[in-house]
Design a protein around this ligand. Structure first.
Ligand code: AMP
Length: 220
């Protein structure tokens, strides 16, 4: 089962992907997480992508495509993957199609989480993430607060704000998203693989509803 999650920054792709990964028992691969980890560890990849990420603009397709190709060829992806934050451009979508074809796999669904920009800004500036990378739980101080302020409910580690989660960078990231989104969504519509979901950031059950919609779409 191979699924891609589409949607703007802060649309809830990370949270939904983590849950879908549990439900279907397949890895959740976030290109943003891979890059953040590389930056933290000071690797070559980290040095290459740091500047793009801090500015909130897209990392070049060649870099992202190579990283995804390598990651999805690992053994734990044999049964499928949930791709979060990839593809972000039509070029990347075509590259993914080729990667899957080459290994005899196929894409089962492109799930779009569609949320108005003004809600995205609210959500991103309130987002807090668990500093423990093994955990990676995501909270929101307004819509999904932890039980104890600043502490992860799951593992107790400190909650932190992502460096690119500030109002200024969010604006740029939204512009970047809209530059490519229409084209990307049209691509998956044409491929008849698109399922659009319209979650409300104020609905406490929105995560459960997203999972139900995805399962229904996939006939699971
Ligand atoms: P995310 O965690 O998905 O919001 O991604 C954070 C940042 O990583 C983005 O603003 C981009 O700079 C970079 N990035 C992540 N995924 C991609 C991608 N598929 N293509 C290009 N840049 C990406």
């Amino acid at each position: 089962m191979n699924i891609v999650m589409l949607g703007g920054p802060g649309a809830g792709k990370g949270t939904a992907s983590a849950e879908l990964s549990k439900v279907f028992g397949i890895p959740h691969i976030s290109t943003g997480d891979i890059f953040r980890e590389a930056i933290k560890n000071g690797t070559e990849l980290g040095k290459m992508v740091q500047d793009y990420m801090n500015r909130g603009v897209l990392v070049p397709d060649e870099i992202v495509n190579a990283i995804v190709k390598e990651r999805i060829s690992e053994a734990d992806c044999d049964k499928g993957v949930i791709l979060d934050g990839f593809p972000r451009t039509r070029m990347q979508a075509i590259a993914l199609q080729e990667m899957l074809n080459e290994s005899g796999k196929k894409l089962d669904a492109a799930i779009e989480l569609s949320i108005p920009d003004e809600d995205i800004v609210k959500r991103i500036t309130g987002r807090r993430v668990c500093s423990n990378k093994e955990c990676g739980a995501i909270y929101n101080i307004v819509t999904r607060p932890p039980k104890e302020e600043g502490k992860c409910d799951v593992c107790g580690s400190e909650l932190v704000t992502r460096k690119d989660d500030n109002a200024e960078t969010v604006k740029i990231r939204l512009e970047e998203y809209h530059k490519n989104a229409e084209d990307l969504i049209t691509y998956y519509k044409e491929e008849k693989q698109l399922k659009s979901i319209y979650p409300s950031i104020y609905d406490e059950n929105s995560l459960a509803k997203i999972i139900e919609e995805v399962k229904e779409y996939l006939g699971k």
